[in-house]
Design a protein around this ligand. Sequence first.
Ligand code: ADP
Ligand code: MG
Length: 336
Amino acid sequence: MRLSALGEFGLIQAIQKLSPRTAPGVVIGIGDDTAGLTVSPNTLLLATTDMLIEHVHFELSFTDFYSLGWKSAAVNVSDIAAMGGLPRFCLTSLGIPPYTSVEHITEFYRGFNALLARHKIALVGGDTCSSKRGLAISVTLLGEAQRKKALTRAGAKPGDKIFVTNTLGDSAAGLELLQHKGQGSECRGQGVKKLIERHLRPVPRVAWGRAIALSGCASAMIDVSDGISSDLAHICEQSKAGAVIYSTAIPLSKALRQSQTMLKKPLLDYALSGGEDYELLFTAPPAKIKKLLALKIPLIEIGEMTRSRKLVLVDEKGRSKQLKPTGYNHFSGSRA
Ligand code: ADP
Ligand code: MG
């Protein structure tokens, strides 16, 4: 069905129908001038927003609308996870080109709501506009965290160990394979599907982030959205410290290794500067490691914080080199 047949208000009603009506904390939901929400006492209200723009963040030639909805929610939920918080309420604003079908928007909300449902997050509002060209999605997410337990990027100390919660680089490799496929080349193999899945349907680590924060063991945390060369640099900057990481300790998945012959770059590049992994990257003092291990969360130690204010990579031969942040930079138009 064409959007024009439904109109703005018809579409909002359709979105409303797709979304759960009641949820804890929602006093006023979709349909009024604002939502009215309550959060638990003595908590910090966490607020985050992310935009996804067609041709900048995603291509509809190889992204289905369900995955797009899922990912639009997941990238925001991951930011709340990185604070050790609990995601609660969500608002979505869409700029929709007139040639988009109602079914596509419905699929978008199915994917979006599936991710929200996993975390019991309520969709409480948004805005719907037409766009002359290209789909624009803006998601705002509110969450909460215990005031004294929220984890920021500041707080890492020299000597703290650096951990990640899973393998890195799959998403960036998945994106490259999708782009190849778009150009008609053959990308097959057991690993390929997994890499593509990690790109299109990332899984935010909310439970792990909360457990890490509530344990009181970690000193700083961030989610890996731009690649660890950039994200660890943020921790270093905010914590006024440096870091050394070991290339042999960076976890690479079996799927990534299996797909090596189809990929253009050395595997480590995907992990260091690929991004969109949405795993957690955090630091903890050595004395807390035993307690951390007891949380039974996948923890992979990749290096330690230093005094130097530099980010250093030690290669498999023991040689050190300074690592420059190489994540995506919007206004340089490409990777730094
Ligand atoms: P207003 O003109 O007061 O901003 P709107 O007509 O834009 O109201 O929106 C009506 C209701 O529908 C509001 O509760 C708004 O938050 C909600 N809403 C609008 N667009 C969306 C959307 N894309 N997703 C979720 N809720 C939406
Ligand atoms: Mg409005």
